[in-house]
Design a protein around this ligand. Structure first.
Ligand SMILES: Cc1ncc(COP(=O)(O)O)c(C=O)c1O
Length: 368
């Protein structure tokens, strides 16, 4: 048995794709999902500290699942505010985006139903589908013809899952067109906004006014908000169903009130500091003028550069790291074999000199 695990680890080592935990280095951050710098924002931290001092009971542990002792006025109020802000019927908060996707996909689609996912959908959706008895099909990334062909063949209730901004590609789903298709075939569209929320206001579903065509939207708070947790925006009926049948929601301890309060205050902070997103847009534009051949969207804070040779990819990442620039090398199976890539995340706080050093170093290292 040990032999199997050792063999698999050895294979990873030999293909230069062995994963390791490493302590967060103090290099220039082109790696984290802290797009707006909220996780390190001293003004926001000070506000949080003042809140804790004036209301220290929010530090208490939640003491249980939300169905037992872990529900509170704080989380209840936060959910009402979220539903109002996003203009949806209701919101349900979760410990993480992973738990939210697991809950949604494991318990809503039934044996006779069909789930159609973009081939690059996040792993949490796939894992949720594994827990469901419904059939799952993949459609080619952002390909409307392939999606429509699959919608025509679907049986039972049909669920379509996409990300508004893809985490590994850094490109956008054609949301309006997808929503038209799901409307046409009576399918339920589920949009994961983990990477779009905060960077694009309250997310692209909200910005495009697609709430009525979207069955459920996932917002996560560990990325642009720099906090933790996630919300599913959905109808009251679906919220009640998830509370009753969603095992990852039911059988797990809730987050403490501190996090729910931080989420509420985070919304206020983002509303009052639009410069965080506009400075990020400025940095994205600067990066794009340097013409690094990424596969990503022009306006995206995630810029991915395909480097299919694992050793070359590691060398590139390491050479950037030697210059104090922290980026992320993404290997198979996280991405398809042959599409390994350097994932670069741009932030509000990145400095012009660092962005130029990054782009010039990539170009000279790859002879571009
Ligand atoms: C697209 C997408 N959905 C869901 C998640 C899970 O969110 P969380 O980190 O809050 O568990 C992630 C996290 O990386 C993600 O990228």
């Amino acid at each position: 048995m040990y032999n199997t695990w050792e063999k698999r680890l050895l294979q990873r080592k030999e293909s230069a794709s062995l994963r390791k935990l490493s302590i967060n280095a103090s290099e220039t951050d082109f790696l984290s999902n802290d797009y707006l710098g909220m996780a390190r924002n001293k003004v926001f931290h000070k506000m949080m500290l003042e809140t804790i001092q004036s209301d220290p009971k929010i530090l208490a542990g939640s003491t249980g699942s939300r169905l037992i002792s872990g529900h509170s006025a704080e989380v209840h109020e936060t959910e009402s505010i979220l539903a109002q802000k996003h203009r949806t019927e209701s919101a349900l908060l979760f410990t993480s985006g992973y738990a939210a996707n697991l809950t949604l996909f494991s318990c809503l689609p039934q044996r006779q139903d069909t789930i159609i996912v973009d081939e690059y959908i996040h792993r949490s959706v796939h894992d949720g589908c594994v827990m469901s008895k419904a059939i799952k099909w993949k459609f080619r990334h952002n390909n409307l013809e392939d999606l429509e062909a699959k919608l025509k063949r679907a049986r039972g209730l049909c669920f379509v899952a996409v990300e508004s901004l893809y985490s590994m590609e850094g490109d956008f789903a054609p949301l309006t067109e997808i929503a038209k298709l799901t409307d046409k075939y009576g399918a339920s569209l589920i949009v994961d906004e983990a990477h779009a929320f905060g960077v694009f206001g309250y997310g692209l579903v909200h910005q495009l006014g697609l709430q009525n065509s979207v069955f459920a939207t996932l917002i996560t708070y560990g990325k642009a908000m720099g906090s933790h947790g996630a919300a599913l925006l959905c109808s009251k009926l679906i919220k009640t169903y998830l509370i009753n049948f969603g095992s990852p929601f039911i059988y797990s301890t809730a987050l403490p009130d501190l996090i729910w309060r931080q989420i509420r205050m985070g919304y206020e902070f983002l509303d009052n500091h639009p410069a965080l997103a506009s400075n990020l847009r400025h940095n994205i534009r600067l990066f794009r003028t340097q013409q690094v051949p990424t596969i990503s969207g022009t306006d995206s804070p995630i810029q991915s550069l395909i480097v299919p040779d694992n050793k070359q990819l590691l060398n590139l990442r390491n050479s950037l790291s030697e210059k104090g620039l922290q980026t992320y090398a993404v290997f198979s199976p996280t991405v398809k074999l042959g599409t390994e890539r350097l994932r670069i995340c741009l932030h509000t706080f990145n400095q012009k000199n660092d962005i130029l050093l990054l782009t010039q170093s990539i170009k000279s290292s790859l002879d571009l």
